[in-house]
Design a protein. Structure first.
Length: 508
């Protein structure tokens, strides 16, 4: 490891990798330090007992023509094979099975037909949702379009730009208000779909979700979403390789023990020695960032509100399975199913699970041709979990994992057959293997309220010290955290007075 650099990036999750890659593209000397032996953080691919598993069950977006990951794969000639899946996911509940089509029009027609006499009102709702989503995804495609910081500036910006007018009456309101206005608040299977997509993307139910965020997130399945062959870790490894090709460093495993301000920047105490940097990007949770600075998140005016929001969020209970060859003969390619045992209960704690199945040809399991890996996840409310003692936590997580098995057995029996191996995971597992305090995953729930709009630009903790990742805007998905890294990199380059030619080519 070099002894000095322009920018030290702590954490090689997708936020940190994106920041490092953009900084390297801009010509800055960057060193990215990761405590794990592989990149990707919570969106990584790990190997256990010879089998490769996704750390979390999920789909990945940003691979459409001209979108962020597609640009990077093409620009840096990355050895990454993205596979479009149609449908990207199949939603199952006790009384229906619905493919979530990659084509918006086809899906809206399917959903409207399933909703009977409410179909025309459902169609009208999705027409409004499309206008909102297009305005918001334009910001995701080109971070330079983001308006100024505060809500007042956002509203003035929206008033001047007709594309943003659909947002005005939604800001600060929950999605359920929009459903009430369209008189579809109790229409099934629409409500099941909305609660499921909100829990996965904005980390709360449709009754709680901030309407613009939720309506934007509904487009997730329609915008370059699918599967990375061999696991999302392939993309993380390729991004790390691109940083190195541009003259940067990605060092792993290399834990950072402390960060201290120093004349002209910062000094990082790391596993491989001391590193001096003019600037720092932290791709860690607020509590972990505070720990490196030798303080507490609760005592910092920037970190404290972020930490409180994190504490209202989630951990994950996991099942990792190896399925014998031929166990799912009807699905030879990667496949994703979302299961809801009871639409009338909260979509957490094994009642709602997301399942990601690898393809037959991904050769993840040595000496077992055709065997496949399955990652299954569900949300666990962390306030509830952390109020328990160790014994209570263990019993609670075991109950949640058993309900996950019951939900799979009931709604996806093909994923319950031919199980050659099963391993479990919990928030404690995530804390141990990813270093995330208490095992929090998923970022900050975007519950309704104006507080969602207080920070729409990179989160600056100290001079030339920024945060990125799932606690920062736009957060919540692999694509969103990567965009947060890009935004931080470009803001930091300006702050350091580094003006490189060739701005980032925003997506169409």
């Amino acid at each position: 490891m070099r002894s000095a650099c322009d920018v030290a990036v702590v954490g090689a999750g997708f936020g940190g990798l994106a920041a490092a890659l953009r900084l390297a593209e801009l010509g800055l000397r960057v060193v990215c330090l990761e405590a794990l032996a592989y990149p990707g953080g919570c969106a990584s691919t790990f190997t256990r007992k010879g089998a490769r598993f996704e750390s979390g069950a999920t789909l990945f977006s940003g691979f459409g023509q001209g979108e962020l990951f597609e640009q990077w794969v093409r620009r840096h000639n990355m050895d990454v094979r993205f596979e479009r899946i149609d449908p990207p996911v199949e939603l199952r509940a006790p009384d229906f099975l619905m493919p979530i089509d990659a084509d918006r029009e086809r899906f809206v027609t399917r959903m409207s037909d399933a909703c009977g006499e409410a179909g025309p009102r459902v169609t009208a709702f999705f027409a409004e949702q499309a206008r909102v989503a297009e305005a918001l995804w334009a910001l995701f495609r080109d971070p330079t379009l983001l308006p100024p910081l505060d809500l007042g500036s956002l509203l003035r910006h929206a008033a001047r730009a007709p594309a943003y007018l659909p947002l005005l009456r939604l800001v600060g309101r929950p999605l359920c208000d929009v459903l009430l206005r369209h008189r579809i608040e109790s229409v099934a299977p629409l409500r099941t779909f909305l609660d499921a997509v909100c829990q996965i993307t904005v980390q709360c139910s449709a009754d709680e979700a901030e309407a613009p965020f939720a309506m934007g997130a509904m487009d997730y399945y329609f915008r370059g979403t699918g599967h990375v062959h061999g696991g999302i870790g392939r993309l993380a490894e390729a991004m790390a390789g691109a940083v190195r090709d541009l003259g940067g460093e990605v060092i792993l495993p290399c834990k950072v023990h402390a960060i201290a301000a120093d004349a002209g920047g910062y000094v990082l105490d790391t596993r491989h020695g001391e590193l001096r940097a003019r600037a720092v990007v932290s791709n860690l949770l607020p509590e972990a960032t505070a720990g490196l600075l030798g303080t507490s998140a609760g005592g910092d005016e920037v970190l404290a509100p972020l930490q409180r929001k994190v504490e209202g969020g989630w951990g994950a209970a996991m099942l990792y399975r190896v399925l014998e060859a031929g166990a799912v003969p009807a699905r030879k390619h990667a496949h994703h199913v979302e299961l809801v045992a009871s639409p009338n209960e909260a979509f957490v704690e094994g009642n709602h699970v997301f399942c990601s199945l690898s393809g037959e040809d991904e050769a993840r399991v040595p000496a077992k041709a055709g065997a496949r890996t399955l990652t299954v996840s569900t949300h666990v409310p962390m306030r509830k979990l952390l109020a328990m003692n160790d014994a209570e936590q263990g019993a609670y997580v075991a109950r949640v994992q058993q309900r996950m098995r019951d939900t799979i057995s009931r709604l996806a029996p093909e994923l319950d057959a031919g199980v050659a191996l099963e391993m479990t995971g919990s928030p404690r597992t995530f804390a141990r293997f990813t270093g995330r305090p208490q095992g929090y995953v998923g970022g900050i729930p975007r519950r309704a309220g104006l507080g969602n709009y207080r920070v729409l630009t990179p989160t600056r903790l100290r001079p030339a010290f920024y945060l990125c990742g799932d606690t920062c805007f736009p957060g919540q998905s692999t694509l969103a955290v990567a965009l947060s890294g890009v935004k931080v990199a470009e803001r930091l380059a300006d702050e350091l007075g580094h003006h490189a030619s060739g701005a980032f080519v925003s997506a169409r």
